[in-house]
Design a protein around this ligand. Sequence first.
Ligand SMILES: Nc1nc2c(ncn2[C@@H]2O[C@H](COP(=O)(O)O[C@H]3[C@@H](O)[C@H](n4cnc5c(=O)[nH]c(N)nc54)O[C@@H]3COP(=O)(O)O)[C@@H](O)[C@H]2O)c(=O)[nH]1
Length: 723
Amino acid sequence: MSSYSAKMESPMSIDTVAAPARILVVDDDPVTRFLVIGALEQAGFYVEQAENGRQALTACERIDFDLITLDVMMPELDGFATCVELRQRPRGVQVPILMMTGLDDYESINQAFKAGATDFITKPINFVLLEYRVRYLLRTSAAMVSLYDSERRLATAQRIARLGYWDWSHDQEFLHLSREVCEMLGLDPQAPEVPFQVILKCVHEKDRKILDQWFEEIWQGGQARAISHRLVDASGGLRYVQQQIEVVLDVSGRPDRLYGTLQDVTDLRQAEERIWQLAFTDSLTQLPNRELFKDRLDTALKLARRHGRQLALLFLDLDNFKRINDTLGHNVGDHLLQATAERLKLSIRANDSVARNPMEEQDESIARLGGDEFTVLLPEIQRSEDAANIAERIQERLSQPLALDGHEIIVTPSIGIAVFPQDGETSEALLKSADMAMYSAKRQGRNLYRFYNAALNEAAHKRLTMETQLRRAIERNELSLYYQPQLDLPSGRICGVEALARWTNELLGTVPPLEFIPLAEETGLIIPIGEWVLRTACRQAKAWGCGIDPMRMAVNISVLQFVQPGFTGLVAQILGETGLEPAALELEITESLLMKDPEGALRTLRALKNLGVQLAIDDFGTGYSSLSRLKQLPLDRLKIDKGFVCEVDSQPNDAAIATAVIAMAESMGLRVIAEGVESEAQFQFFKAKHCDEIQGYYLSWPLPAAEITTMLQKRFAPHDEGE
Ligand SMILES: Nc1nc2c(ncn2[C@@H]2O[C@H](COP(=O)(O)O[C@H]3[C@@H](O)[C@H](n4cnc5c(=O)[nH]c(N)nc54)O[C@@H]3COP(=O)(O)O)[C@@H](O)[C@H]2O)c(=O)[nH]1
């Protein structure tokens, strides 16, 4: 047996490249072998020989032959058995085997093909024919290998792309599915002919109708466009797929056959969903964010416009959320927002036939715009009252006590309602109107809902103008201080004044403190304004102190000023700058300030007391300070709120409260001043009750410094003059 070094060679190149095809000639008859080898070598092939089946098998282990000629009748291992053996070896699976036999009966031919032969040729051999038969077999084999390769590549590409194909003939009930499609649908790849109804069952129930219609339209001659839908796989998992289609028409131009591809795009879809989620949902509550909500609102507005319907927008803000966040920490704050989102969903989901929400995903009608601001869209309402009903339901659910991280929290919402079309025609306008209505609810006492009305818009404009003007009030020198005297009842002498801020603006005229002080507090402008007031009042007190007996200058301090970390330092600095005796300055704080952060308030009050200033509780009786708490504070004075004073001579309750405050203060070693005393009767009441001091119109209006100076020089109030 001759041998040569085995060299791999592509079967495709057999006729075209220099390297000849390798052929193994297996025959026990030396003459036949000699003749066959001669004919093949002459035809340009490279030939190896084997005398029997065993030698042939051994040769095939070393070399990849391009073709084998195999004699049938051989001792030991005949051609049929050799052929069977060869086909079982990796190198023999695809090689073309040409059986050579003298037996041309049907039985032998049948047996040769059963054993795995590619073709056969009968003896005596026609050597001219042999060469062409061999060439033909080599070409066919090369084509087969190439086909097999491309099929394998295609299958690999399909597997990587998660792509399968199908085809469906017009006259058939069955679709023919590729292996990949069968696998995607969870069907048996061995039975690729599948009725359409079976395929439809694998589709997500919400997408079945649309897919059915898609096919229907295509069969009717409609446009062959792509479609995306969901499948439910064998394990019940959701898969997203995309189908592309090509239609083959018959001679009359009607669809005859459909070729389609089905691609599993679940990973892509999930990645897209994740990106979408990051862009359009709020990561804390998983609710839609502002952008998505605006988009939904725009869509709902289009529909409402088209169908002439009303739509309502609820704008909701949690009362005191900031306080909870600041005092109990951001974790509790976050949990509160999550709980609010859940409660809102439940409030909207409750089966309400009046304000039914037709959106596919109901939760998409609720959004968190940021902070503690939520919105609810009611895309279809019959009457405004429907929105009010929902608002009430939200209020009721949200006001239920909530156990969060070991704290029991009660939080209430303020809700503003705007209705399309009357309160705004665009999403921006509606959001603005609902926001204004929410603010109105907050101002009116919280835990309320309010509808938008045009007056709110006017008020908001006015407020904006006022805010813009107030920001420049100090630099434009528009602020001034008025002073209202305070009378010491036992001596009948003026013992102090309260400094009250006044603002006159060229656009707005004189703006009452009850309007601009709350605005200054909301916007934070109270910090620079308060500082200006404190400095001006101290400077004035010092100026008066030069010609007038020393007396007290009371200055109102708002909560925001008081909680500033450097507040005590600022007071000390202003006292130092102006040279005012600390004891001549009284700071008036409100009870609400004590409730916000009692420990912090106590620390600041002690620090202020250490400076030597006097401390008074303003509007006393309107808050809920406990007596035990009050006792711990370094206070000098309580100011009985005007609310109890104005009817003290006619309302027994007010008289009782005023009397009790005076007695209580005395027992605690505090002085009491009644503010808002307007009449002789009220004046006499407090005098009779041994109240220490009074303040009010009865004595004097608040006046500019120049006008009040004479009164202060005399130290007597007009009514008491000469007493
Ligand atoms: N943080 C600051 N708050 C200030 C400052 N200046 C004023 N204010 C607060 O604004 C509210 C309204 O103040 P105003 O309109 O000046 O009203 C004061 C008095 O004019 C009024 N008053 C006085 N006597 C009477 C009376 O006999 N009857 C009656 N109905 N009202 C009267 O009371 C206001 C003073 O109240 P109070 O401060 O509680 O003693 C008001 O809450 C001011 O505190 C500022 O610079 N900073």
